[in-house]
Ligand binder design. Structure first.
Ligand SMILES: *[C@@H]1O[C@H](CO)[C@@H](O)[C@H](O)[C@H]1NC(C)=O
Ligand SMILES: *[C@@H]1O[C@H](CO)[C@@H](O)[C@H](O)[C@H]1NC(C)=O
Ligand SMILES: *[C@@H]1O[C@H](CO)[C@@H](O)[C@H](O)[C@H]1NC(C)=O
Ligand SMILES: *[C@@H]1O[C@H](CO)[C@@H](O)[C@H](O)[C@H]1NC(C)=O
Ligand SMILES: *[C@@H]1O[C@H](CO)[C@@H](O)[C@H](O)[C@H]1NC(C)=O
Length: 346
């Protein structure tokens, strides 16, 4: 009887509403990909993985990887006591294993442990300069391999009571300091770096973080069409319809990129004064800071990348880079919406 009471009391104590909100630094690779630390298994094996809003699921380089492209840290399932094998596809072109284990977003002491997380172990996939990929996109994206149809990792965390809300917030600094690009907050709104939420916008469909917006203006250029855009903090620039981007390039004085393989469709003088890019989401005006529109130096001296890119087709816009540095993005899959806030101090 005494034991039972102890258990009940413990149960009550742990049910207190103090679930975790975890903040981690976002880093960057030489290729410009955003990275975060995660660990998998018991004991923990540590990896840095590329953050990606347009994929769903955790993908990690497996120990069986052999070849020049394999990353320096690979996952060894035989060394984890909590690992469970789920499935293996042994096709030559796409040899991967699906496993399940405890995945920790972040590193101790800023760590969010999520039990029963399904992930993909890849032997043949190339992850650039990282050990894998953390897709924080939505469920029916398909994703790479099999696991895109699984619950998003934070929804899985929420269902197991690990977080109060399946929300994550991405705050990106306007100036990168020593490879420190920004902060990701798992499990809630980032009230450390972001002001109060300006508004949430419902998703236009549930395949991705896609919303409607309207009424763009850029200097003397204006277009009152209604558009859809993917809100993707992990994407480097702003992508739009060719006709619109071409008109905006004329206003900016950006010139087509001459060099094959160089990033960006356009280049611009690095110290050029540009108009701000303004548009309307859900009746509210948002402005992309002109300083954020100019990217890294190109191979031509004095020229920089203009961070507006042309969509291949007249399809979606993508709001990344300059937009994500002007506003904190709050991804809320449970309520099918995405929210925006100004970084603090503005
Ligand atoms: C990842 O963890 C290592 C320590 O193991 C640390 O040096 C590095 O800065 C971390 N990266 C990020 C992006 O937090
Ligand atoms: C592996 O580590 C070396 C030395 O630290 C580094 O130069 C290389 O880029 C790394 N490779 C990958 C794929 O992470
Ligand atoms: C294994 O992967 C191949 C290549 O992607 C795919 O065609 C096949 O359907 C997969 N097999 C299973 C059982 O999922
Ligand atoms: C697939 O990978 C496993 C190791 O994970 C390896 O034993 C097997 O030979 C591979 N199969 C093919 C067809 O490459
Ligand atoms: C406004 O945008 C629409 C849709 O992208 C495009 O068809 C049209 O040409 C644009 N109008 C101007 C004046 O650029």
């Amino acid at each position: 009887m005494k034991l039972l009471w102890t258990l009940i009391l413990l149960g009550l104590t742990s049910a207190a509403p103090t679930k975790q909100i975890i903040q981690n630094t976002i880093g960057v690779t030489e290729y410009g990909d955003y990275i975060v630390n995660v660990t998998i298994g018991t004991p923990k094996q540590q990896f840095f993985v590329q953050l990606d809003i347009q994929n769903n699921g955790l993908f990690i380089q497996d120990k069986s990887c052999s070849g020049y492209f394999c990353s320096n840290h690979t996952f060894d399932s035989s060394k984890s006591s909590t690992y469970r094998f789920v499935f293996q596809n042994t096709s030559r072109s796409n040899n991967y294993t699906i496993g399940q284990d405890i995945v920790n977003l972040g590193l101790s002491p800023n760590l969010l442990p999520i039990p029963n997380t399904i992930f993909e172990q890849d032997a043949t996939f190339y992850y650039g300069l990282t050990d894998g990929l953390l897709g924080l996109g939505l469920q029916n994206l398909g994703g790479l391999g099999l696991i895109g149809n699984n619950l998003p990792i934070l929804v899985n965390a929420y269902n197991q009571g690990v977080v109060d809300q399946p929300i994550f917030t991405i705050y990106l600094r306007k100036n990168i300091q020593n490879g420190d690009v920004g902060v990701i907050t798992y499990g809630g709104v980032d009230s450390t770096n972001c002001g109060s939420v300006i508004a949430y916008q419902p998703l236009a469909n549930y395949e991705n973080y896609i919303i409607e917006f309207s009424g763009i203006s850029y200097g003397s250029y204006a277009n009152s069409s209604t558009y859809t855009t993917i809100v993707d903090s992990t994407y480097d620039g702003i992508v739009g319809p060719p006709s619109v981007i071409e008109s905006m390039a004329k206003i900016a004085g950006a010139t087509p990129n001459q060099i094959q393989g160089q990033k960006g469709d356009y280049q611009i003088e690095c110290d050029k004064k540009l108009p701000s890019f303004t548009f309307t989401i859900g009746g509210k005006q948002y402005t992309v800071d002109s300083n954020q529109q100019i990217g890294a130096k190109t191979v031509i001296r004095y020229m920089c990348v203009w961070r507006f890119y042309k969509n291949v087709e007249d399809g979606f816009w993508i709001f990344g880079g300059p937009f994500a540095q002007s506003y904190c993005n709050i991804y809320d899959p449970g309520n099918k919406r995405v929210g925006f806030a100004l970084p603090k101090g503005q």
